[in-house]
Ligand binder design. Sequence first.
Ligand code: APR
Length: 230
Amino acid sequence: MQKIVVLTGAGISAESGIRTFRDSDGLWEEHRIEDVATPQAWHRNPELVLEFYNQRRKQLLSAQPNAAHFALNRLADFFDVHIITQNVDDLHERSGSKNVLHLHGELKKCRSTSDASLIYDVKGWELKMGETCEKGSQLRPHIVWFGEDVPQIIEAARIASTAEIFVVIGTSMKVYPAAGLLDYVPQYSPKYLIDPDAPTISWISNLEIIKEKAGKGLPVLVEKLIKQLH
Ligand code: APR
């Protein structure tokens, strides 16, 4: 099977009702990154940080995967599909997709502040101060904050470098190292970018830009790729 690697960002979940970060109604319009998404924010005001992610988790529990998530699931019937997502939601998994690598962590998980290998599921939507790991340390959201290492980037770059087709969906490509993954994709591999407000990445070869919402543009691209097989 041909290998398709897909890089997704907040835009693929927008039609599920989950807000993106940098659009005009995005989360970073309402919250300052320095207040809720850095290690310093956690040290200064952990309650505020927990509340920010509790609200995100609450919203996620009532969201459903959309046509774009399901289209990727269909693609996997015909191709060896690997999804690298910057999203912390679980909508890829809930639509049935396998091989999902979460670069920036997972909203429904938490981890120990003293031992990063101790990772747990969050029960319900709320994580509170006083909730501890088995060693007695406070639990924090299992999220990669700004200024923290992105441990999965090495594996993501390895996967990107083996892509025979690469598809980017709904990301402003403003956050590194994720945005740099395109540089690992072989030059000759066809690349597609689906985003109604697609960022300019003119230095990438073999790139087709599809200026559509994911829920419309992706099902069309998936059918085109499947048809090319016959
Ligand atoms: N379909 C496809 N793309 C869409 C849609 C849609 N329906 N709606 C919006 N978009 C696009 C926007 O045009 C924009 O280019 O999704 C992109 C969202 O960009 P960002 O909000 O910057 O999200 P993302 O690129 O995923 O952010 C990267 O930044 O704050 C951090 O950790 C957070 O993982 C996140 C990272």
